[in-house]
Write a protein that binds this ligand. Structure first.
Ligand SMILES: Nc1ncnc2c1ncn2[C@@H]1O[C@H](COP(=O)(O)OP(=O)(O)O)[C@@H](O)[C@H]1O
Ligand SMILES: [Mg+2]
Length: 630
């Protein structure tokens, strides 16, 4: 999506984003439906935490459990203390009698706090470990996906959503689940004391907690809905921020004086967000107020019941006092439970995206398959057709081409005629929809991709400017072989570029980092060519490899490619028809079909498309065809 366009851009110009629609789907899903999927999500979260560090997980839960036991014992001892102090007039003896249990109460309180602190420590330790494992799984899944999947906008956005939110929410989900467990344990502890005091107290306390629970759940749901509403606008803001402050658009923001327009746009979205946030905080306040008022009423009922129980002698004064404490404790545990459950629920929605993305990616990653060839002599396409994933229209129709080792073939044709696509099909980056690509007569369908790509080197049309050193931009993560590196750099002309860098091969080629250097497009293209030469593969694909080069560099590179082709198969995609003269054969593509094919001379004598383009170029450059060296 390009935001910098010549016509003024209103915020409505931005297309609804795919993940906005995705989230609308999630947001519109029924609470019940989500709740039904929850047990599975919780299982996944436990599995994740278990894989991250089972010791910390077990510690976090069992320490909370022990803290719960301390709480029960503390409350029981508290009852003893209070009954000894309150059941008769305060005397030295009664104080002495209460001192033992009192020490017990204090010890248990300290023990409980220490256990809870240790439990939080385990929980905190779990967080980065879960994050690391999720990040690794995401990266593994993302790099394993077939290239074609990156052409499916839905899947691509799904991956980004899983990464952007899932990565953050997975540890959150684990954290909240332990919180839920801790709150349940606390509640069970306080509840058991209440139930032991008098059976009617427990249901009463539960009823008294309803208003609070209701208010917290409502507020949580409202915040969650707003979060969904804001996701798309937050992303818009992020894009705008990138445009305003990013490096790629810095020049045009200034040249086209886009600053004010972008700022205005940014502020418009911020104002909209602010309005929604303010409205939400007002509604949260109202709901909170309702909850608090209802809680007051319910507390009155509970304490009234307690008073009746004491008055009728059904419950002792000491036990009643403990019950008051237990009511407080269970109330706060309940509030924690509702709070953690709501957060767990919210995280769960994003966590679900992560879980299902990982499942989808695993299902889609190729589990091939037949081993590929150790090498090849000939690669051919036989009547192939191809449509990009997620599109209906074929961009390649009934194409047959071949290339043999020791040959250099050219693919020519106007922009969009299918040259790059055809080259990618021959190398097995995409799978054909019709016909077959054969390596030595063997259909490559179902062949392990790595076995094919091992033999392929590409000077891609949209090569990557890796933010790495010049050396690693050529050796690409392999152990550098200095001789190979030097000859690849020499052949591509990258050697003179690197010689001009302050730290030679060790110079970082990214200006965003301190000490990083910027290369021009043509210089980058030489580095990209060196990368392909260094790979030393049997099939070399050169996709418009000289598009940004000066004429001298272009000539030098084309000569080097020709030399390289001596014992390899080379596919050269170019608009410089002079270069075709030195190819064994050229295929002229038009609208995804092979319109003409043959040697340079054959094609000229046909007097068709190739001839016309060639004459046009010859006139443009003011040269007579056939007189240029390559
Ligand atoms: N990833 C893609 N998804 C969908 N369509 C694509 C994709 N890449 C290219 N196309 C379409 O396929 C056609 C051929 O593209 P391409 O092979 O890149 O042409 P060329 O290299 O000859 O300029 C074009 O119409 C282009 O719009
Ligand atoms: Mg292309």
């Amino acid at each position: 999506m390009t935001l910098v366009s010549s016509k003024p851009l209103a915020s409505t110009d931005m297309k609804p984003l795919v993940w906005q629609s995705h989230e609308t789907v999630v947001a519109s899903a029924t609470t019940l439906g989500i709740l039904r999927r929850f047990p599975r999500l919780m299982r996944e979260a436990v599995k994740l935490a278990w894989a991250a560090n089972r010791r910390d997980l077990l510690l976090a839960v069992s320490l909370n459990l022990l803290a719960g036991v301390c709480m029960v014992s503390g409350l029981v001892s508290g009852t003893v203390v209070l009954s000894r102090l309150l059941s008769q007039a305060m005397t030295w003896e009664s104080l002495q009698a209460a001192s033992g249990p009192l020490v017990m109460v204090c010890t248990l309180a300290v023990l409980r706090s220490s256990l809870l602190a240790l439990a939080s420590w385990s929980q905190a330790r779990l967080r980065p470990q879960v994050e690391r494992i999720v990040a690794a799984r995401l990266a593994m899944a993302g790099t394993r996906l077939p290239l074609a999947d990156f052409d499916e906008p839905e899947l691509y956005d799904f991956m980004r959503l899983a990464k952007d939110r899932g990565l953050h929410e997975a540890p959150e989900m684990v954290q909240r689940m332990v919180d839920v467990a801790a709150a349940v344990i606390g509640l069970a502890a306080a509840g058991s004391v209440l139930a032991a005091t008098h059976p009617v107290l427990l249901p009463l306390v539960l009823i008294a907690s309803v208003p609070d629970g209701w208010a917290a759940a409502r507020a949580g749901l409202m915040r969650y809905r707003l979060m969904f509403q804001l996701t798309a606008s937050r992303r818009r803001k992020w894009i705008l921020h990138e445009l305003m402050c990013g490096r790629a658009s810095a020049l045009e923001v200034r040249a086209y004086m886009m600053r004010e327009f972008l700022l205005e746009e940014y502020d418009k979205i911020s104002a909209q967000e602010e309005r929604l946030e303010l409205r939400l905080s007002r509604r949260e306040f109202v709901v909170g107020l309702q909850g608090v008022s209802a809680r007051g009423l319910c507390a009155g009922v509970v304490y009234g019941a307690l008073a009746i129980l004491v008055g009728t002698g059904m419950v002792g004064v000491g036990a009643a006092a403990t019950a008051v404490i237990a009511v407080q404790v269970s109330n706060s545990s309940l509030r924690n439970l509702v709070g953690s459950a709501t957060s767990c629920f919210q995280s769960g929605l994003y966590f679900e995206d992560l879980v299902s993305f990982l499942a989808t990616a695993t299902a889609r990653s190729r589990r091939d398959e037949r081993p590929g060839p150790a090498d090849f002599e000939t690669i051919s396409a036989d009547g192939i057709g191809f449509a990009y994933p997620g599109t209906d229209s074929r961009v390649i129709h009934d194409v047959s081409v071949r290339v043999r080792k020791g040959e250099m073939i050219a693919l020519v044709g106007e922009n969009g005629s299918g040259k790059s696509t055809l080259a990618k099909l021959l190398a097995g980056f995409y799978e054909v929809t019709e016909g077959a690509v054969r390596w030595d007569g063997d259909d490559i369908q179902g062949v392990r991709r790595e076995d094919l790509w091992r033999h392929v080197a590409v000077i891609a049309q949209d090569y990557t400017q890796w933010p790495l050193s010049a050396r690693h931009n050529i050796v690409m993560g392999n152990r550098p072989d200095e001789d190979g590196l030097a000859s690849a750099a020499l052949a591509s002309g990258a050697d003179s570029v690197i010689a001009g860098l302050p730290e030679g091969y060790d110079t970082l080629l990214d200006r965003r980092f301190k000490g990083g250097q910027e290369l021009s497009k043509g210089q980058w293209q030489r580095v990209a060519a060196a990368r392909a030469f260094y790979r030393d593969a049997s099939l070399l694909i050169c996709d418009e490899p000289t598009a940004a080069m000066d004429p001298a560099a272009e000539n030098a590179l084309l000569t080097a490619i020709r030399e390289f082709a001596e014992d390899r198969a080379v596919i050269l995609i170019t608009h410089r028809l002079e270069a075709v003269r030195h190819c064994d054969r050229a295929y002229v593509l038009a609208h995804g079909r092979v319109a003409e094919s043959g040697t340079h001379d054959d094609l000229l004598s046909l007097g068709g498309l190739y001839y016309e383009s060639y004459m046009l170029q010859a006139r443009r450059y003011g040269r007579m065809p056939g007189l240029d060296p390559v």
